[in-house]
Design a protein around this ligand. Structure first.
Ligand code: ATP
Length: 720
């Protein structure tokens, strides 16, 4: 096999590539200058000229950041006997006058750079053959390196793709998630380009790039090549498990050119939709599972939580609302005089039976913006047709009916708020039985309160296990989706991170809130920390997302061999899945700091570990503790040991780089050049509890390059 990478000056094409690069930079600058010159953006009249000028300015602003690195790779293709080289960059550029066009990574052709395919069928014209794929490292308008990934003149695959990847993975971490546009791997490329409009579940082990790929898929979805499925960034949403991670991940957005995407947590989204931003969301099931030793009660809490998130609950709620609204209709009627131009006053009347008929139609139509809005529309349109209102008077009739309609709809619907209604339903065995979907045992289970021993906050609160039910009430009454001003519309695309933690009911609701087929779920069934609120398998999710496929990412990229191996040892105790394949990247040995407990506990050991990590060249360093209070206390105490670590202990904190100290629950999803696991022992991470072993795994898998385990006394047996 030929040598994949030649030193820059020895690659035979280095000079040619250098010339092409300076040609491209010059062409881009010329184009930007042209766009910025308002005198040259002339339309037929002043107004058109202004519009053209603004548009050109926007084009210039979009292209400008890419001049310093116009592309990162190229493809040599042969089509109809002619050879052609396509340059691939982060932003498309059309050189109308010369050979310096750049195709965008997320276009149809861009895909050829990442895939292993050797054939190519353009939209028009005859089939082509890929002759060469080449990586071009460019920085500050300078060509640094030429690496051939595939070259049929060198015998095909050169091994270059792996080398380029390894170089990238050697880099230090940053304060935000990074794009991997230049080194996207073939299986990731396939997952990212899963057909637009088809829901997809991307399953992958920790560090396989799921979250990264989810964001790239979103960017890909906004490319014009997606046609009718194209998504607008501002109409997309990403849900992430906590706000620290959401902010960290959102830093990838500008790189991908999709700045206005909403990145938030399911709780924030839900409470916002319910209009209850101040509501405190608890997870009392988790508290019980972690503190209660009574296995019967634990099992009960688990089963109840699971049932609350069961997809059948959607229809249980629907039947309940149907009964309530019908009951509220009793005795209601509408009788309203309506003035019409040139005709004597008409009276619009609706008796109870007519109202009931309309309600039935509205339930059958199941409008996205909810039954209340649907009922208003139904009554209005009936009024317009029975009174034979001419088109130019429709608005006036709607206005005349507005107040009496609001009053009437208030009587039918207003006694319902999502919180009270969901709780009323749960408190009524008869209502729970009405749909016939739940068994007697299940109804009895919903009537139990295994969490009674777990305290509730003083503020208004809701438990994370009740929220899907409340959202279901909201979806049927007020609607669910994206609020644009006052109108509700479906999201263009929704990405779910840690998708193994979303209940089937939540999936059903998110499906309603999003354009059909536009959900991308990223998760790892084996990393589930919260099985009681998640699905039991991906099949349960597929049942809620019609047509969804599960794609598996088989490789992991985050850490060195030494760190990956250590993590695998912990995961093997609970994970029955096949071993994952890590990129074989060599790094420092895992450092172990254990000493008998002295007066200062493990503080001197941690301080030493920080110094050692810094001496090894790392700047982004995390000390991971088991609990938030440990982190808080330790941050303070470490100052005495000449160590300044910023605590990240609430969701309001942000990771800005440097040395930080944070509890494992907030560390999940984040990564650091170096990580130090504090109290890495069996007293802190109980060996007999699977949940604790999972937490230990999360702590030990945050580092890219350098990992230290610290304990006074013996280290945890799984990592000693
Ligand atoms: N193709 C790639 N090229 C370079 N780096 C990559 C590639 N794919 C993934 N990575 C890197 O691997 C690391 C893990 O990626 P990411 O956080 O997206 O994984 P994940 O599967 O979501 O992990 P977790 O389950 O732990 O949250 C990141 O540093 C990411 O930049």
């Amino acid at each position: 096999m030929p040598v994949a990478e030649l030193r820059p000056e020895t690659h035979p094409d280095f000079e040619l590539e250098k010339e092409h690069l300076s040609g491209t930079v010059a062409a881009m600058i010329r184009q930007i200058e042209f766009w910025e010159d308002r005198d040259r953006q002339m339309g037929a009249d002043l107004e058109t000229s202004i519009i053209l000028g603004d548009q050109a300015e926007e084009f210039a602003a979009m292209l400008s950041p890419h001049v310093h690195q116009p592309y990162f790779g190229s493809l040599k293709v042969r089509v109809a006997g002619r050879e052609q080289t396509l340059y691939v960059g982060k932003h498309g550029f059309r050189d109308v006058k010369g050979p310096h066009t750049v195709v965008s990574w997320d276009s149809e052709v861009g895909s050829l750079f990442y895939s292993q395919a050797l054939g190519w069928t353009p939209r028009r014209g005859s089939a082509g053959v890929i002759r060469r794929r080449r990586q071009l490292d460019v920085s500050q308008k300078t060509l640094l390196r030429v690496t051939d990934l595939y070259d049929d003149e060198q015998g095909g695959d050169t091994g270059g793709r792996e080398e380029v990847l390894l170089r990238r993975l050697q880099e230090g971490s940053t304060a935000g998630m990074r794009d991997v546009v230049e080194t996207l791997q073939p299986e990731q490329n396939d997952a990212m380009r899963h057909p637009a409009g088809v829901p997809v579940i991307i399953q992958g082990a920790a560090g396989s790039g799921k979250t990264t790929i989810g964001f790239h898929r979103l960017a890909w979805m906004t490319n014009a090549d997606r046609g009718a499925h194209r998504a607008r960034p501002e109409a997309c949403m990403v849900l992430m498990p906590n706000r620290v991670l959401a902010t960290y991940a959102a830093r990838i957005l500008p790189e991908l050119g999709i700045e206005r995407v909403v990145v938030t947590t399911p709780e924030t989204w839900a409470t916002g939709l319910l209009g209850l931003e101040k509501l405190e969301v608890t997870d009392r099931t988790l508290s019980l599972l972690l503190t209660d030793r009574d296995n019967t009660r634990r099992a009960l809490a688990w089963r109840k939580a699971k049932l609350l998130g069961d997809a059948r609950m959607l229809d249980v709620v629907r039947t309940h609302l149907w009964n309530r609204f019908n009951a509220a209709l009793a005795g209601q009627a509408l009788r309203e005089p309506v003035a019409l131009c040139g005709r004597e006053d008409q009276v619009f009347t609706l008796d109870e039976a007519a109202l009931a008929g309309l309600l039935r139609d509205v339930f059958a139509a199941d409008p996205l913006d909810g039954y209340r809005a649907g009922m208003r529309r139904a009554i209005e349109s009936l009024a317009l047709s029975t009174l034979r209102v001419p088109e130019d008077e429709e608005a006036s009739v709607r206005r005349q009916l507005a107040t009496p309609l609001t009053t009437l709809l208030g009587r039918i619907f207003a006694t319902t708020t999502p919180i009270t209604e969901a709780r009323r339903l749960l408190g009524s065995p008869a209502e729970l039985a009405a749909s016939g979907l739940l068994t007697d045992r299940e109804i009895a289970l919903l009537g139990t309160d295994p969490l009674s021993g777990i305290p509730t906050p003083r503020r208004a609160h809701a438990d994370v296990t009740e929220i899907p039910l409340m959202l279901a009430v909201q979806a049927f009454t007020g609607g669910i989706g994206r609020l644009d001003g006052r109108t509700l519309e479906p999201f263009d695309h929704v990405v779910l991170d840690e998708a193994q933690d979303y209940s089937p009911l939540l999936y059903a609701l998110l499906g309603r809130a999003t354009r059909p087929g536009h959900i991308t779920a990223l998760g790892d069934m084996n990393q589930g920390m919260h099985g009681y609120k998640g699905p039991s398998s991906w099949e349960a999710v597929q049942a809620q997302l019609p047509g969804a496929q599960v794609l598996t990412l088989g490789r992991t990229y985050r850490s060195t061999r030494q760190i990956t191996e250590l993590g695998a040892r912990i995961a093997a105790t609970y994970n029955r899945a096949a071993a994952v394949q890590g990129v074989d990247r060599d790094g420092a040995e895992v450092q172990r700091y254990a000493a008998p407990a002295g007066p200062d506990g493990e503080l001197p050991l941690i301080a030493r570990a920080v110094k050692d990590a810094q001496a090894a060249g790392h700047t982004n360093i995390a000390i991971v503790t088991r609990r938030g209070v440990d982190a808080e206390r330790m941050a303070e105490a470490l100052r005495e040991f000449d160590t300044d670590a910023q605590p990240i202990t609430t969701q309001e904190h942000r990771f800005r780089g440097g040395v930080v100290i944070l509890p494992v629950n907030l560390a999940k999803g984040l990564e650091f050049s170096a990580a130090i696991v504090a109290s890495a022992n069996a007293d802190t991470y109980d060996e007999s509890t699977e949940y604790e072993r999972r937490l230990l795994y999360v702590s030990a898998s945050r580092a890219l390059h350098w990992l230290a385990l610290v304990s006074t006394g013996e280290l945890h047996p799984l990592i000693a």
